[in-house]
Design a protein around this ligand. Structure first.
Ligand code: UDP
Length: 484
């Protein structure tokens, strides 16, 4: 009996690659033959960071797990400067569709691999649909944000139709207009215009990001199924409402916990790395050693994910806010976070915080968040980071910057109770006070309690008979049924 064959197509940033790799691991554990399609740029990142694919998936049967890459035309100069994300996107859209079509056609007729059972795409990769239709292979979308983030995105078109967006003029950004309550999105409560994707913050009807946001939502709506990294206990109300839009929804969060459950040991996923293997082994060792020397629950872990950028002023406000808080902190200052990289940190910071600060370029976030010394996570509110933190019971200080991060932050602070927010225009005084409150204040105590409750709920969702565990079984079963 040939294995069912899932082709997974990812987008090459850590926030998209990591969860797709995790989904691949899960489906592989369910007996699927996996073809993992990356763009050449993403593949290089993966290889560079993991020395060899054996290091990444050593335990898996490589004969039923293949990595394939398609040309994306991305060159070094595309990766420079603040516009690099757009460069990457345009290069992919220009260069990948034809190559992907060719690959899928080839895979479907190759005698060396089982016939295709399904195609699963990242929500940013909206071009394999026509070939999937042509081949008669079902296509599902892995939407890697929260369910509430997706629900908000699904209603951007309606916001435009009702005249909320585009904004009348720039003053709407500061005159309280963004505080307008939005109370008609199904399954969502207590949200304002400002809590919906940042891409609505434009005065231009033809704004690139605004249009993309709507097109991605349209694309997902026509898929045969939707996969999310969330769980019923956390976003049940929104998931229920989403069921009105999607025929099949599979909520597999926290996806890392599900892998731990299935593989029988904790921390089994190997996230994407940014630097070389040796360099990052060394960073991991430094983090572990330094954390060992800190008191339980005392450390602020600071990371703004893999793509957010800061201005030098913002960097300085965070730096001095952390310094003034007097509390220990471990900060990921990845290359590209700010122009000039780690060198852009204010002179004197390291000296001032000697013994209680550790700066790294990248770390194994899962391991860091699991360490008992971590007291709070200062995050941009990227969904993977949030779910990784929820799974470990670590409360959060959120400073959202773009896309769904505003929605995630609103829910973390208002509904889930494990978050505090830092204002958009970051000031060192607020950073100092929020950090102290989160670690030692009454609000911090409450957040810690909530975070531990969510951790327990996440754990239960991933255990046998838990909702995420059973959704994975249902996904594997449905994928087999869809093609028979
Ligand atoms: N990450 C990591 N090491 C770091 C910083 C981030 O492994 O030093 C990983 C993190 O664990 C997460 C991903 O990068 O899986 C970031 O995804 P997220 O959705 O949080 O944010 P994005 O980068 O997409 O904005």
């Amino acid at each position: 009996m040939p294995l069912p064959h899932a082709v997974l197509i990812t987008y090459p940033t850590a926030g998209q690659l990591n969860p797709m790799l995790q989904l691949a691991q899960l489906l592989h554990s369910k007996g699927f033959y996996i073809t993992f399609v990356n763009t050449e740029f993403g593949y290089r990142q993966l290889l560079r960071g993991n020395a060899s694919l054996d290091a990444l998936f050593g335990r898996f049967n490589r004969s039923s797990f293949r990595f394939v890459s398609i040309p994306d035309g991305i060159c070094e100069s595309d990766l420079q400067g603040p516009g690099y994300l757009l460069n990457v996107w345009f290069s992919i859209v220009r260069n990948c569709p034809a190559a992907l079509h060719e690959l899928l056609l080839e895979l479907n007729s190759s005698p060396d691999v089982p016939r295709l059972t399904c195609i699963i795409t990242n929500f940013l990769v909206t071009f394999p649909r026509d070939v999937a239709d042509r081949l008669g292979v079902p296509e599902l979308v892995f939407w890697t944000t929260s369910a509430c983030g997706l629900m908000a995105s699904l209603h951007v078109r309606e916001l435009v139709r009702r005249g909320y967006v585009p904004l009348k003029d720039e003053s709407c950004l500061t005159n309280g207009y963004l505080d307008t309550a939005i109370d008609w999105i199904p399954g969502m409560k207590d949200i304002r215009l400002r809590d919906i994707s940042s891409f609505i913050r434009t005065t231009d009807r033809d704004d690139f990001y605004l249009k993309e946001e709507m097109e991605e939502a349209d694309y997902a709506l026509k898929s045969q199924g939707l996969i999310l990294n969330t769980f019923e206990g956390m976003e049940g109300e929104v998931l229920d409402a989403l069921r009105g839009f999607f025929p099949r929804i599979y909520a597999l969060g926290a996806i890392g916990s599900l892998i731990d459950q299935i593989s029988g040991s904790a921390g089994t996923t190997t996230p994407m790395r940014l630097g070389s293997w040796d360099e990052e082994e060394e960073e991991d060792r430094r983090c572990a050693e330094w954390l060992e020397a800190q008191q339980r629950g005392s450390v602020v872990y600071v990371s703004f994910g893999s793509i957010t950028t800061l201005t030098r002023d913002e960097l300085a406000e965070f730096a001095w806010g952390l310094a003034e808080s007097g509390r220990p902190f471990l900060w990921v200052v990845r290359p590209g976070l700010v122009e000039g990289g780690i060198e852009a940190l204010p002179g004197g910071l390291v000296e001032e915080t000697k013994g209680r600060s550790l700066l790294v370029k990248w770390c194994h976030q899962g391991k860091v968040l699991s360490h008992p010394a971590i007291g709070v996570f200062l995050t941009h509110g990227g969904w993977n980071s949030m779910m990784e933190s929820v799974a470990r019971g670590v409360p959060m200080i959120c400073w959202p910057g773009f896309a769904d991060q505003y929605t995630n932050c609103r829910y973390a602070c208002k509904h889930w109770g494990f978050g505090m927010e830092i204002e958009e225009e970051v000031r060192r005084g607020q950073v100092r006070e929020v950090v102290r409150e989160a670690l030692e204040g009454e609000k911090g105590e409450e957040m810690r309690k909530k975070a531990m409750e969510w951790k327990e709920k996440a754990r239960r969702a991933a255990t046998e008979d838990g909702t995420s565990f059973t959704d994975l079984a249902r996904l594997a079963n449905d994928l087999n049924q869809l093609t028979t």
